[in-house]
Design a binder for this molecule. Structure first.
Ligand code: UGA
Length: 501
């Protein structure tokens, strides 16, 4: 999409000055997308200024600190800042007027009824228009609904103040939080949506490293690029909800979800990713993007049934975790529950749409007393769920607890001393919603252990009848009505018999 303002004769000959192979780039927005993109573009050798209107964020970045928990990002920021290729500023005007390319990486959160809120993007685009000089390549990195590039193009055209021309490229990002730097530097594909050859030529130069490495590049229209992003995230959401449904079925029919996921993943048409069952998908992308596509489809008079089903299953996952705990503990009122993890997945401090937060709220509504621990997400968790007590370690969380819920798959949780945890707990109920732990081991330690659709039992040949019977014997409340520490029955072989739910 190439647009120009009316101007002098030589308008289209405005030169694009740059050192061979490198460009001056402004990246607007220092959230996950903008900060990772800016830092990695500097790593490619470009001169990058990351812009944000929040001064504290910029001050933090200038001091060499990374405001988000993202593997490898802080080191890369320090390295590129020290090399003079990466700078941070609140001064959008100066940076944009000196840039050959501007990447828009601001947030596009969920607005009312699932519609994407584009106000930050529109605001950034307006300022870019008012300050750009000469030729500027405008790259939309933020996830935006179909038609946004067209709208932003019109908006820029209306707001240009200086002698300027521009192209817009839609270049959606597929990075995952926790592995964002790796994903940016090693994409599986690069999507370039544009309607002008100049725009595509320039972005290919910016991404020379991808071109050299033969990373597949799909050149398409702005609209198709925009839909690709939503299609990808919606597909992942559907896939996760699908495997969560399979895990629920497994729990009822004595089948093992781990082996099913493995077998499905071996089919090249299915692929192994996003086949781990859990308490539901969360984060700032999947839930919001499915809703946004539902909204877009509705606007086009189409009902996106699969998207709705994925969200429906996802909501059910939160309820299912609470129901399962209630089945074990009876009423949750005054029950002390330890929550291990509040981040929406491991290796991030992000709690947006975290299943752990949704589950905590449900438990709280049922009168449970909640104590939580997360290795890095406690700061944000405390804001989301102020009614929960946060403590400094998993052991502190489990102290005197009637049940422990493992909600985020942190490596730290896999390595806990569960013998110690069992001793600390008032009742050794352990629900592993992410299938992180060795179920056999937990059962042998004496936990009333439940996972998410695996066949965790003393031996793979145990019958369902045995499993159910032992399960019942452990879901026990003493005559006093108080939970007591109970010793699970031990089989002749010394293994503890306990079934999955
Ligand atoms: C997601 C996509 O995976 C990225 O490709 C995309 O670029 C990004 O959104 C975005 O739009 O910016 P992310 O939100 O970081 O990335 O997280 P995922 O790793 O996809 O996980 C999303 C949620 O699904 C998490 O809550 C995770 O725990 C859950 N999940 C994931 C499962 O329950 N099971 C799985 O097998 C995989």
């Amino acid at each position: 999409m190439r647009k120009e303002t009316p101007g002098p004769e030589n308008f289209n000959e405005i030169s694009i000055e740059r050192k061979a192979g490198t460009m001056k780039i402004s990246v607007i927005g220092t959230g996950y997308v903008g900060l990772v993109a800016g830092t990695c573009l500097a790593e490619f050798g470009h001169e990058v200024t990351c812009i944000d209107r929040i001064k504290e964020k910029i001050d933090c970045l200038k001091s060499g600190k990374c405001p988000i928990h993202e593997e490898g990002l802080e080191d890369l920021i320090k390295k590129n800042a020290a090399a003079g290729r990466l700078d941070f500023s609140t001064d959008l005007a100066t940076s944009v007027s000196n840039s050959q390319a501007v990447f828009l990486g601001v947030g596009t959160p969920e607005g009312p009824s699932g519609k994407t809120d584009l106000s930050a993007l529109r605001g950034a685009a307006r300022q870019v228009a008012q300050n750009m000089r000469g030729y500027t390549l405008v790259v939309i990195k933020s996830t935006v609904p179909v038609g946004t590039a067209e709208e932003i193009s019109r908006l820029i055209n209306h707001n240009i103040r200086h002698l300027a021309t521009f192209d817009i490229v839609s270049n959606p990002e597929f990075l995952r939080q926790g592995t964002a730097v790796y994903d940016f530097l090693n994409p599986e594909r690069v999507i370039l949506g544009a309607s002008s050859e100049t725009g595509v030529k320039l972005i290919r130069e910016i991404y020379e490293s991808f071109v050299e490495r033969d990373i597949p590049i799909i050149e398409t229209t702005n609209e198709t690029a925009e839909v690709i992003k939503y299609a990808a995230n919606s597909f992942l959401a559907v896939k996760i909800s699908f495997i969560n449904e399979m895990a629920s079925i497994c729990q009822k029919v004595n089948a093992d979800i781990s082996q099913i996921s493995r077998a499905l993943g071996m089919d090249r048409r299915i692929a192994p990713g996003c086949l781990n069952p859990g308490p539901g998908f969360g984060g700032s992308c999947l839930p919001k993007d499915v809703k946004s596509l539902i909204y877009t489809a509705r606007g086009a008079k189409y009902r996106f049934r699969l998207g709705r089903a994925a969200l429906d299953v996802n909501k059910h996952q939160h309820k299912a975790v609470v129901d399962k705990l209630r089945q074990t503990l009876g009423s949750l009122r005054r029950k002390r529950i330890a929550l291990l993890g509040v981040a929406f997945k491991a290796n991030t401090d992000d709690t947006r749409e975290s299943p752990a937060i949704h589950i905590a709220r449900r438990l709280y509504r049922e009168g449970a007393e909640l104590v939580a621990y997360d290795p890095v997400a406690m700061k944000l968790g405390k804001i989301d769920i102020p009614e929960v007590a946060f403590v400094d370690s998993a052991y502190d969380a489990c102290y005197n607890a009637d049940a422990t819920l493992l909600l985020t798959e942190w490596q730290e949780f896999r390595e806990l001393d569960f013998a110690r945890i069992k001793m600390l707990m008032a009742r050794p109920v352990l629900h592993d919603t992410r299938n992180c732990l060795d179920g056999q081991k937990m059962i042998a330690l004496g936990f009333e252990y439940k996972d998410n659709g695996r066949m965790t039992r003393p031996s793979a040949i145990g019958t369902s009848r045995q499993v159910e019977a032992s399960s019942l014997s452990l879901n026990f409340e003493s005559s006093s009505g108080k939970h007591e520490k109970i010793s699970p029955p031990v089989s002749a072989s010394g293994a503890v018999a306990l079934g999955k739910s």
